[in-house]
Design a protein around this ligand. Structure first.
Ligand code: 2U9
Length: 343
């Protein structure tokens, strides 16, 4: 006990003599005297070795020592804080917080969601399917004969492991899979990423996004196709839009057409965007070829249907006046930030 009292006396002298300089020294002081393995705790642990008749007196001395160390600590801390406030180095808790940067949807997603919302109102559901596809679902079922140029190695990415597998060149594979399910009628739109082996430029990329649509039932006509697509572009671009159809050719539709809308920028007067024609091509469409229906197990004598396809990038470029396809996939924050606040 004598020995312990000597130690405490020494520590008290040390504490009294400690210079109160700086936050780091204060922390060292706290750990040395008041920490979980500090001197105060260690001395309290000695209590078990003190004879029973002296425990009370020793306890009082220990408590007084603990208070002495704590007082020194509190006084030192308060002194530090007031110096920080006076010198302006204290943290000002009333400052507004750092702004949390708001993300935004990618313009491709914005346009895709707009398109989906419009067709949902017409009773279309949304279907998705594989991006790695077999030859049948991407080509054969769609009436693309074996030596059709679209099958050429230059347009299609084939998989090294198996030449029957490829990266889909359109989302039509999803409609083929819907038709194979055999549940009619079908009213579906298929958004998704597609791949083509093209040299990358402002107008072409090795991948882009499409929305394709398919409607199959008894008595579906070209008039249904025209009215559906007219409604669609009115919803997307406004009621003043005008449309025209030009005859075209696709192996999977007959007859086939391309649909133009009146130029959004010059309203048909002629400008750079519409190459001075007043019209801008927006999508391809047609009546599903009877052979395609049969390829997918649907009776072409009973059922007819229309289909259409559009590139989402193309529509986004028109809508937001974007002039380079590569901007969509470069992840340049200056480009993406322009869409903040849109949903
Ligand atoms: C099935 C039957 C028919 C989908 C169609 C187009 C016309 C078309 C292009 C637009 C621009 C592709 O992104 S683009 O390069 N698409 O012109 N697509 S009809 O026809 C189908 C699809 C599936 C079973």
């Amino acid at each position: 006990m004598e020995n312990l009292l000597e130690q405490i006396k020494g520590y008290k002298e040390e504490i009294a003599a400690t210079q109160q300089n700086g936050a780091a020294a204060l922390e060292t002081f706290r750990i040395r005297f008041l920490g979980t393995k500090g001197i105060v705790k260690t001395l309290f642990a000695e209590m078990k070795n003190v004879p029973a008749e002296e425990k009370k007196a020793f306890g009082a001395i220990l408590n007084e020592f603990k208070q002495f160390a704590e007082d020194k600590y509190e006084q030192w801390k308060a002194g530090l804080e007031s110096t920080e406030v006076e010198s302006g180095t204290a943290f000002d808790y009333t400052l507004p917080g750092d702004p949390a940067p708001m993300g935004s949807r990618h313009p491709i997603s914005l346009v895709k969601n707009d398109i989906i919302a419009i067709f949902r109102r017409l009773g279309f559901s949304v279907a998705e399917g594989p991006e790695i596809e077999d030859d049948f679902h991407n080509f054969t079922a769609l009436n693309l004969p074996e030596h059709h140029p679209a099958r050429d190695m230059q347009d299609t990415f084939y998989l090294h492991q198996n030449p029957d597998w490829l990266l889909r060149t359109h989302t039509s594979n999803v409609q083929v899979r819907e038709m194979e399910k055999g549940k009619l009628p079908i009213r579906v739109i298929c958004p998704g990423r597609v791949y083509r082996n093209e040299t990358i430029s402002a107008r072409a990329h090795c991948f882009f996004h499409q929305v394709e649509g398919l409607y199959i039932d008894e008595h579906v006509s070209f008039a249904d196709l025209k009215q559906t697509l007219y409604f669609f572009v009115q919803e997307l671009f406004g009621n003043n839009i005008r449309i025209r159809f030009r005859p075209s050719y696709f192996p999977f539709t007959e007859p086939s057409a391309e649909m133009d809308i009146s130029c959004l920028l010059c309203h048909g007067k002629g400008c750079n965007v519409c190459k001075h024609t007043g019209w801008v091509e927006i999508l391809g469409c047609g009546m599903v070829h009877p052979q395609v229906l049969e390829n997918c197990g649907i009776d072409s004598n009973k059922y007819t249907g229309f289909a259409f396809g559009m590139g989402i990038e193309r529509i986004a470029m028109l809508k937001y006046q974007i002039n380079d396809l590569r901007l969509f996939s470069e992840n340049d924050i200056r480009f993406l930030q322009q869409f903040t606040g849109s949903f």
